[in-house]
Design a protein around this ligand. Structure first.
Ligand SMILES: [Cu+2]
Length: 233
């Protein structure tokens, strides 16, 4: 067993090396694009709301934690949507997913291109999806425990607030962006986008409490362009 694993690893390492020697271009340069690394910072204090829960406590727990402004150890802002609306490209293969887990929307913020999203209910209790959309038709629909997945469609770019009428503390966001070049920041506050078409672009950052900011950048083929933005209250 052990020996097999070692051989497999060696073959893998050799394979990767060989591709390099033969001069296969790295994916970043394959389409004449570059990498864009966007860092989002916030120097203020985090805002985490804690609310008492007295409904469905077996699934929801007794305290709801709502991350309004979540900041990582290096002052990176979490849950910010970074997108490059000026960069066009083919749609992503993976469908967006928003789950309801422990009476929370997971992830708290989901970004997607216009199209379909799977809304899951992993809780085995009744939830109710309620979207506050204007460009897209609003949804206000019960999702009983047996309905594990509901597929919905958002065809227009928009920031959509999502709540649940059964559990008043549940809050999430679906951000529909007109580009496949997007991401949502984690604890580090960083989104890295590969194969961004070379040229001048506008980077857009959105956060549910701290609002929006844009930045002009120039992406060069085969290079990594780094930008850092700071959102303020
Ligand atoms: Cu709910």
């Amino acid at each position: 067993m052990m020996r097999k694993a070692v051989i497999a690893f060696a073959a893998l390492a050799l394979g990767a090396g060989a591709a390099g020697w033969l001069g296969h271009p790295a994916p970043a340069t394959a389409q004449g694009g570059g990498t864009l690394e966007v860092e989002v910072k916030y120097n203020g204090a985090p805002v985490i709301e804690k609310l008492k829960v007295n409904k469905d406590t077996q699934k929801c727990g007794t305290e709801a934690v709502v991350e309004k402004v979540a900041v990582g150890p290096t002052k990176g802002l979490k849950n910010a949507v970074v997108s490059v609306p000026t960069a066009k490209g083919p749609a992503r293969a993976a469908k967006a997913v928003l789950d309801q887990q422990g009476c929370k929307f997971v992830p708290h913020v989901v970004a997607m291109m216009p199209g379909e999203i799977d809304i899951k209910n992993s809780d085995d209790i009744l939830h109710n999806i309620h979207t506050y959309s204007t460009a897209n038709p609003p949804i206000n629909k019960a999702q009983p425990k047996f309905k594990k997945v509901m597929t919905e469609k958002f065809e227009k770019p928009e920031v959509i607030k999502v709540t649940c009428d059964v559990h008043s503390w549940m809050l999430g966001w679906i951000v529909v962006v007109p580009t496949p070049f997007f991401g949502v920041t984690g604890d580090e506050g960083v989104v890295k986008l590969d194969n961004v078409p070379a040229g001048k672009h506008t980077v857009e950052v959105w956060h549910e409490v701290l609002g929006k900011q844009t930045r002009e950048v120039e992406v060069k083929p085969g290079q990594v362009t780094r930008v850092s933005l700071e959102l303020k209250k």
